[in-house]
Ligand binder design. Structure first.
Ligand SMILES: [Zn+2]
Length: 314
């Protein structure tokens, strides 16, 4: 291995398609997808205390080789032990992204950031169909991407809708922006073994299907039509994300000046997460509003996220 390893850190709200993107990038030649590995080191739900590979559905030989890696040596250690050139992490948790970026750079890794995002109505639908209020999308969206931008890290963006409607072109452009070699097999990620942790179980690896655009049912469209437009501050975040769309040829660029120290909310978020280790949540599967529509928005089969494993391809 001559060049230094490449760490790709995926950011995005819940239900943004980050697991799907992680599996695709992790299907590149010489790549390994970790899933939402931050939860292993900074747990906040009960199931985070169990090392369960989503690919193997439980005990996993790959993770047996990795399980003793400390947080500070994780990304570099994965590259060394598995002999991979690209390590993909879709933890999304912002303090983890900040810490991983700093640490990996100090250790000589190349670091690339990708933000995946859903159009407002698609994100609203993901929340609504799981029983949440239709208007919640804006708080989720705005608080996440505003903070992400404040980190001042250079990133490229990919819109889930764009990725789903023009998968080859979008993924190839994204790969070029993050230094990962593209190959068409990445779109059929389920044909390869994966060993990711904690990420969305909605994405079925075994017998998977290609990514496809979110289909909004008429009952939701009617509700959405009555929703107010996004606030100006949220609309600006959406514009920023669009301006960094990898499929339009955008290269990595920060949305705010680079900073030496993290923003103030980082310290509070870390403190809250450290406390959650001792008071972890129990994850409950969502109750879907429309069972018939629990057909997935992201090329997937609905299953209990955080619960049972997902078997990997042959
Ligand atoms: Zn495994």
């Amino acid at each position: 291995m001559t060049a230094s390893p490449n760490l790709v850190l995926i950011a995005g709200t819940g239900r943004s398609g980050s697991t799907l993107l992680g599996l695709m990038l992790g299907s590149a030649e010489g790549a390994f997808y970790l899933g939402e590995v931050a939860a292993r080191y900074r747990p906040w739900r009960r199931h985070h205390f169990v090392l369960e590979c989503r690919g193997c559905g439980g005990v996993c030989e790959t993770w047996e080789r990795l399980r003793d890696l400390p947080e500070r040596g994780l990304h570099r250690g994965v590259a060394r032990r598995l002999g991979v050139r690209h390590v993909v992490d879709s933890s999304k948790y912002l303090p983890w992204i900040w810490d991983s970026d700093r640490r990996a750079r100090r250790q000589g890794l190349a670091v690339h950031h990708v933000a995946i995002w859903k159009e407002p109505e698609d994100l609203a639908y993901s929340i609504w169909k799981r029983g949440g209020p239709i208007g919640r999308w804006e708080r989720v969206f705005a608080s996440y991407y505003r903070r992400y931008f404040e980190l001042g890290l250079p990133f490229v963006a990919t819109s889930y809708r764009r990725l789903a409607s023009e998968p080859e072109a979008s993924l190839a452009a994204l790969c070029a922006a993050v230094g990962v070699p593209y190959r068409p097999e990445m779109l059929r990620f389920w044909e390869q073994p994966h060993h990711h942790l904690f990420a969305s179980a909605n994405v079925r690896v075994g017998g998977g299907r290609p990514i496809r655009p979110t289909r909004l049912p008429p009952v939701f469209r009617d509700l959405w039509a009555d929703q107010p437009p996004p606030r100006p501050a949220t609309a600006r975040l959406i514009e920023e994300l669009r301006a960094r769309e990898a499929a339009d040829g955008a290269g990595p660029r920060a949305a705010a000046p680079a900073r030496r120290l993290p923003p103030r909310w980082y310290f509070k978020a870390r403190a809250v997460r450290a406390f959650q280790r001792f008071r972890p949540e129990t994850w409950e599967p969502p109750s879907y509003r429309l069972e018939a529509l629990a057909e997935p928005e992201d090329g997937a089969t609905e299953a209990a996220s955080g619960g049972g494993g997902v078997s990997c391809g042959p």
